[in-house]
Design a protein around this ligand. Structure first.
Ligand code: NAD
Ligand code: IPM
Ligand code: MN
Length: 362
């Protein structure tokens, strides 16, 4: 198969983990006889430094004409004082909006050998396997009006949380479809006890549920869900929620798997899928070879599965990750306090080990 892939490393550890993600893709293609035509472009702070804007038109055009986009991460202290309209993070929002990527899949799957990497007790996290489905092109991230305006001698910052029926229907339907392929349980998360946008969310989710009688549906308020994720995460199969609640709950869910450095994502809904780790640019560890590349590498696996229907190749990557973890290799974020049989490795060593396992599958 021939694939055209836009590669956007971005900033900070985005660049470091993309290095390993790119090599993994190359290896899987060599092993299985596929051809990945990759083109790298600037995004985020790196793009601001080069051209003054976080999402240059060339980068957006490249993404639009590619089959899929791989993204590292954007942002960092260097650009934190810039106006919101031109900060690195705008690039992410721009890409999601322009590519129509309304469905963001963030799978929190605990690799058995990482059971002690989580800060929670092993009996709580054992077997955790949750798909967080985050609505990605609506809600408070996109609502109008927004901005900072003069107000009563001071200023007023405004964002608007808005969801329309079609926006809720399509993400709910995606949630039910995903649940049908899993354990057939869907938890919709909202704040319907106080927010009108959530009142509509809940009503629409209940409406769509009639199309999926086999799926058991429940509703949780977001504050309770945040608590339940820590109390008893195994009650969850698929969680469907709005843009901001999904942002927060997915970082929380990441810790059930040991580290945010483990969580990949797929953003779907338009013609081109975008694949990126859930984490950011990690300025505190950038440039030190400490970043865990697994979220990025497993994002490559998600790309093969969702954009190219190459499930077998995706599993080869995921199994390679599993074998390397089983052998005790750990980046610092997943290293146990007492080493036991574990060996600490750098970003590039972790990448190399995973690639060696992928090669064995050939
Ligand atoms: P972050 O995810 O970058 O880091 C949070 C913590 O997790 C840090 O301690 C970091 O060291 C650790 N961490 C993250 N990824 C890791 C990995 N792969 N391996 C090991 N440890 C890892 O979140 P933050 O510090 O809130 O944000 C830093 C910057 O990244 C900000 O500019 C933010 O806007 C941006 N950001 C970008 C994205 C994205 O591009 N999709 C996502 C989140 C944050
Ligand atoms: C994420 C990030 C982004 C978000 C930021 C960088 C805009 O935190 O992908 O989770 O809030 O969606
Ligand atoms: Mn986030």
């Amino acid at each position: 198969m021939k694939m055209n892939i836009a590669v956007l490393p971005g900033d900070g550890i985005g660049v470091e983990v993309m290095e390993e993600g790119g090599k993994t893709l190359e290896t899987v293609c060599n092993v299985f006889g596929h051809h990945a035509e990759t083109e790298t472009a600037l995004v985020g702070g790196a793009a601001i430094d080069a051209s003054g804007e976080p999402l240059p038109p060339e980068t957006l055009d490249l993404c639009k004409k590619s089959d899929a986009v791989l993204l590292g991460a954007v942002g960092g202290p260097k650009w934190d004082e810039m106006d919101y309209s031109v900060r690195p993070e705008r690039a992410i929002i721009g890409l999601r909006g322009e590519l129509g990527l309304y469905a963001n899949l963030r799978p929190a799957h605990l690799y058995p050998s990482l059971i002690d990497a989580s800060t929670l007790k092993r009996e709580v996290v054992e077997g955790v396997d949750i798909m967080v489905l985050r609505e990605l092109t609506g809600g408070i991230y996109f609502g109008e009006p927004k901005g900072i305006e003069e107000y009563q001698g001071g200023q007023r910052g405004v964002n608007t949380l808005v969801y329309t029926t079609p926006e809720i229907e399509r993400i709910a339907r995606t949630g039910f479809e995903i649940a049908m392929k899993r354990r057939k349980k869907l938890t919709s998360v909202d704040k319907a006890n106080i927010l009108e946008s959530s009142e509509l969310w809940r009503k629409v989710v209940n409406g769509v549920s009639a199309e999926f009688p086999e799926v058991e549906v429940n509703h949780l308020y977001v504050d309770n869900c945040a608590m339940q994720l820590i109390r008893d995460p195994r009650q969850f199969d698929v969680i469907v929620t709005g843009n901001m609640f999904g942002d927060i709950l997915s970082d929380e869910a990441a810790m059930l798997t040991g580290s945010i450095g483990m969580l990949p994502s797929a953003s779907l809904g338009g013609d081109v899928g975008l694949y990126e780790p859930v984490h950011g640019t990690a300025p505190d560890i950038a440039g030190q070879g400490k970043a865990n590349p697994i979220a990025m590498i497993n994002s490559v696996a998600m790309m093969l599965r969702y954009s190219f229907n190459l499930s077998n190749e995706a599993e080869v990557i995921e199994n390679a990750v599993s074998s390397v973890l089983d052998k005790g290799y750990r980046t610092p974020d997943i290293m146990p306090r007492e080493a036991g049989g574990c060996k600490q490795v750098s970003t590039s060593e972790m990448g190399r080990l995973i690639i060696a396992e992928v090669e064995k599958a050939g």
